[in-house]
Design a protein around this ligand. Structure first.
Ligand SMILES: NC(=O)c1ccc[n+]([C@@H]2O[C@H](COP(=O)([O-])OP(=O)(O)OC[C@H]3O[C@@H](n4cnc5c(N)ncnc54)[C@H](O)[C@@H]3O)[C@@H](O)[C@H]2O)c1
Ligand SMILES: O=C(O)C1=N[C@H](C(=O)O)CCC1
Length: 247
């Protein structure tokens, strides 16, 4: 028995890669490819059991509501998930308790480890800042990965009872110190030639630690996406990140 998978955003940079990966997996069947309302391919007798969404932050909520209402589980890589959006997804899922939705800001295994290492390191350093670097066609800033990393660092600092980070700087130009996410500064670089990269810089007296992750090819995200596709139905409700699937 194969698991029937549909891909939303199938013409996009990630969607194309996901279609290839699903097509190549013997236990998965690519039954639908949809992009901006165009059905590029549909095996009409076999509706999707799991939808994968790599679209844009402005359409992903409509896609998710559509899937959940129809009892279809979803794996979502699209970014832009605020706390309010996550609360809305949980509310929809409460009406369909059998449905699983997994939303991950980054499906790269090394990226997941980078976030875990950053969360572990956070309590030992006075200062922490994030520099994310992406291709210039990326629609959102900061990246979902940087936002998640900042949230994890902030939570670890709070749990350890750390004081606010030392910073006497007055911004002479708006934005010079980046965005603040829960008190953690995040700087977004966009440049041709980049794909998806992040540095987390930790500092304390006389010592620095830099944790760096580089996605050099979108194939890097595929093992994580396929892991989520294969497991999402076994995890009803909302799951954030693929960490729990890796343990
Ligand atoms: N979680 C991760 O590991 C990860 C990795 C890479 C990218 N992303 C995120 O995935 C998203 C997509 O990235 P991308 O680089 O592939 O973007 P992209 O612009 O190349 O692709 C998005 C695609 O979605 C399509 N689309 C728009 N509205 C749609 C709708 N209503 N229904 C179906 N398709 C629709 C567009 O036509 C486009 O082809 C972004 O939010 C990006 O940040 C996440
Ligand atoms: O290319 C993108 O866009 C990426 N988006 C994700 C993010 O915002 O963190 C993951 C990395 C690639």
């Amino acid at each position: 028995m194969t698991l029937r998978v549909g891909v939303l955003g199938a013409r996009g940079r990630m969607g194309l890669e996901v279609c290839k990966a699903v097509d190549a997996a013997p236990d998965l069947e690519l039954v639908a490819m949809i992009d901006q309302g165009d059905v590029l391919f549909s095996a009409s007798d076999n509706h999707a059991e799991v939808l994968v969404d790599f679209t844009t932050p402005d359409v992903v909520m409509d896609n998710l509501r559509w899937a959940i209402e129809r009892g279809i589980s979803a794996v979502v890589g699209t970014t832009g998930f605020t706390d309010d959006r996550l609360a809305q997804v949980r509310a929809w899922l409460a009406e369909k308790p059998e449905v699983g939705v997994l939303i991950a800001p980054n499906f790269g295994i090394a990226a997941v480890l980078m976030m875990q290492f950053a969360a572990k390191a956070a309590r030992y350093f006075e200062s922490a800042e994030i520099i994310e670097q992406h291709h210039p066609r990326k629609l959102d800033a900061p990246s979902g990965t940087a936002t998640r990393t900042a949230q994890l660092i902030a939570a670890a600092r709070e749990e350890a009872g750390l004081a606010p980070m030392p910073d006497a700087t007055k911004e002479e130009v708006d934005g010079a110190r980046g965005a603040s996410i829960n008190g953690v500064r995040v700087h977004a670089v966009r440049a041709a030639g980049l794909l998806a990269h992040q540095e987390v810089i930790f500092g304390t007296d006389g010592e620095l630690l830099t944790i760096r992750h580089d996605s050099l090819d979108r194939v890097s995200f595929m093992p994580g996406v396929l892991l989520a596709v294969r497991n999402v139905q076994k995890h009803p409700g909302l799951t954030i990140g693929i960490d729990s699937l890796l343990d």
